[in-house]
Design a protein around this ligand. Structure first.
Ligand code: HEM
Length: 165
């Protein structure tokens, strides 16, 4: 699938219908739509898009679909090492707190744009947890995740700020 074709499909009728309903993520078809949109946004992003230049979407989308289906519904077998491709990317060009912060931002925006409900919340929370774990594994545990500087702003930091305001 070309990226242009994927971007075109982003506006299809099914997508608009789901978006209007904004029910919870209920299964694989919903996840596939979320992931197509997420990849469209991520590839177009000036910060993290260049990291994914070599990605073949026909291979990538089923893999991340399996990952998220297993994470949310336990119904698919993603037994691959999800960390390994990121370690390889990091070796080629460091993945920083800014990269992971942008990833989380796009992930949350994509999920919120299509769905709301407990599974949508779990997807967002798990995405953020995984991003934080990958960031620390790649850059060390003392990497700044307070949300004070540029880069990764965990939801917990935003919640703390809101409570303090
Ligand atoms: C800086 C942020 C990130 C970038 C730039 C990035 C980019 C990539 C790239 C280029 C691949 C390999 C695609 C290929 O097969 O060619 C990949 C795989 C994958 N990524 Fe990320 N990623 C990021 C963060 C995350 C996070 C936070 C998650 C959390 C769920 C995640 C989940 C996955 C999964 C499940 C795969 C597939 C692993 C496999 O089955 O091989 N990524 N990512």
């Amino acid at each position: 699938m070309t990226r242009d074709a994927m971007a075109g499909r982003d506006d299809d009728t099914a997508g608009r219908r789901e978006s209007a309903a904004r029910g919870d993520i209920a299964g694989r078809a919903h996840l596939d739509e979320v992931l197509r949109r997420f990849c469209t946004a991520a590839f177009a992003d000036p910060l993290i898009g260049p990291c994914s230049d070599a990605t073949d979407l026909d291979v990538h989308l089923p893999r991340i679909g399996d990952f998220w289906e297993r994470a949310l519904f336990r119904t698919a077998g993603h037994r691959r090492d999800a960390f390994a491709p990121h370690a390889a990317l990091h070796l080629a060009a460091p993945l920083t707190a800014e990269h992971f912060g942008r990833w989380v931002q796009l992930w949350h925006a994509t999920v919120d744009g299509l769905h709301q409900g407990p599974n949508a919340e779990r997807a967002k929370a798990q995405g953020e947890r995984t991003a934080l774990a990958m960031l620390r594994r790649l850059n060390g545990r003392d990497v700044d995740t307070t949300g004070e500087g540029p880069g990764f702003v965990p939801l917990a930091a935003l919640t703390r700020r809101a409570a303090a305001a």
